[in-house]
Design a protein around this ligand. Structure first.
Ligand code: PMP
Ligand code: GLN
Length: 407
């Protein structure tokens, strides 16, 4: 019997099949490897941290209070209001909590519902490359055509990797076929934040070609220098932008799967049409808990980011001392390191061996490229620093022991 359905066709179109079979995502595969070998997991981006106490307690209280049945499809009113207040207080963006906010099952479902609702067969969707792996699968499932703008790298005076996007290339990706540009800033896997000039260029081209802007801002609060700037805040952008975020990263609750969308009413209505058939509704007791998190004072968000920043510094400094060429990310969970100094030209092959050779799991950057073709980035690894200091320190010791005979 043939078990292939729309996902198989989409995965095939997105180059995600191996021997005709869908395989687990690179994150799931590498986490399984880590568990199997007892290796330290700097692969999948989930934190070792616990959520803020008030957030955890609010979920427990909600379960005890019996908030365990289907909440409204659009999300609990208190969460929609908290999202609205968060957007207003942090970014000066004003939304109607009844018609312009949709709670979703993580950013994952928000992205799925948005693309399935708004991309028509043959429409072009622009993303950066490398890109979060889900994008290619969703664009293919919606029958869209994926166009990418490369993130390229150079070396700075200190010998560090610097990852950049060329504004002219961003503009050049747009055409009359462009339906949507999917803006992931801060960016997974590189931690790159698009600067205001790049955001302005995206907006101008989106306006010129009457394209929609969809954002993926799940790392919005995990910034280590300048604050996150949502593209929706640029004059004229809000009406054509679907902004997506999630509680998973900000509050260290990746297993709760609570995300949200803000956009004008017509867009939310169209996206709700898809969401209602995907999950109908999202995790009842976690919604009031995320509302409590979003209401925390700015200092709580800054503390979360600065604690993570220390671990970014610990990991990047350690990798540099070992002899990797590293990029110091401006935001997010991940650092990129080049294994070429150790004669490793193929990070995908290295990441298969590294759990056994070093007892450390990393993700090859090529996993974020179409067909795994990473070009100049073929020797780059992605390493997560959202792990405990202890895990990072031990990983560095193990990587040093691995690297020493190879220098
Ligand atoms: N977008 C990006 C860029 C991500 O890194 C992730 C993974 N955390 C997601 C979306 C999915 O978010 P969620 O866990 O809220 O579904
Ligand atoms: N966002 C996480 C990462 O990039 C993984 C999410 C997932 O496993 N789908 O590592």
């Amino acid at each position: 019997m043939d078990f292939s359905g729309p996902w198989t066709r989409a995965s095939s179109a997105a180059g995600l099949l191996v021997d005709g079979q869908a395989r687990p995502t690179v994150f799931a595969r590498m986490s399984a490897r880590a568990a199997e070998l007892g290796a330290l997991n700097l692969g999948q981006g989930f934190p070792d941290d616990q959520p803020p106490q008030v957030v955890a307690e609010a979920a427990v209280s909600a379960i005890r209070a019996g908030r365990n049945q289907y909440p409204p499809g659009a999300g609990e009113a208190e969460l929609r209001e908290a999202i609205t207040r968060h957007q207003a207080d942090w970014y000066g963006l004003h939304w109607d909590p009844t018609h312009e906010v949709l709670v979703t099952t993580g950013a994952t479902e928000a992205l799925a519902a948005t693309l399935l609702a708004l991309v028509r067969p043959g429409d072009e969707v622009i993303t950066l490359e490398p890109f979060y792996d889900q994008y290619a699968a969703l664009i293919a499932l919606a029958g869209g055509v994926h166009r990418t703008v490369p993130v390229t790298s150079r070396t700075d005076d200190r010998g560090d990797l610097v990852l950049v996007v060329d504004e002219a290339e961003l503009r050049g990706a747009f055409s009359e076929r462009t339906r949507m540009v999917l803006v992931n800033s801060p960016h997974n896997p590189t931690g790159l934040m698009l600067w205001v000039g790049a955001l302005q260029a995206i907006l101008e081209e989106a306006e010129r070609h009457d394209a929609l802007i969809v954002t993926d801002e799940v790392y919005e609060h995990l910034t280590f220098g300048p604050a996150h700037l949502p593209i929706a805040t640029l004059p004229g952008a809000q009406e054509r932008t679907v902004s997506i975020s999630s509680a998973g990263k900000t509050f260290s609750v990746t297993g709760w799967k609570i995300g949200w969308i803000t956009a004008r009413r017509e867009l939310i209505t169209a996206i709700t049409g898809a969401k209602q058939w995907l999950t109908y509704t999202s995790g009842a007791p976690f919604q009031p808990a995320v509302a409590a998190g979003l209401a925390l004072p700015p200092s709580a968000f800054h503390d979360i980011a600065s604690d993570l920043r220390e671990r970014r510094d610990l990991l990047t400094k350690g990798l540099r001392e070992i002899g990797f060429r590293v990029s110091v990310p401006e935001a997010g969970y991940f650092a990129v390191a080049d294994a070429a100094p150790f004669g490793e030209a193929d990070a995908a092959a290295l990441c298969e061996r590294l759990p056994e050779e070093a007892g450390v799991v990393a993700i090859p950057l090529s996993a974020f490229y179409r067909g795994g073709r990473a070009g100049d980035a073929a020797s780059y690894l992605r390493l997560a620093f959202c792990k405990s200091r202890d895990t990072i320190e031990q990983s560095l010791e193990r990587l040093e022991a691995w690297a020493a005979p190879r220098r």
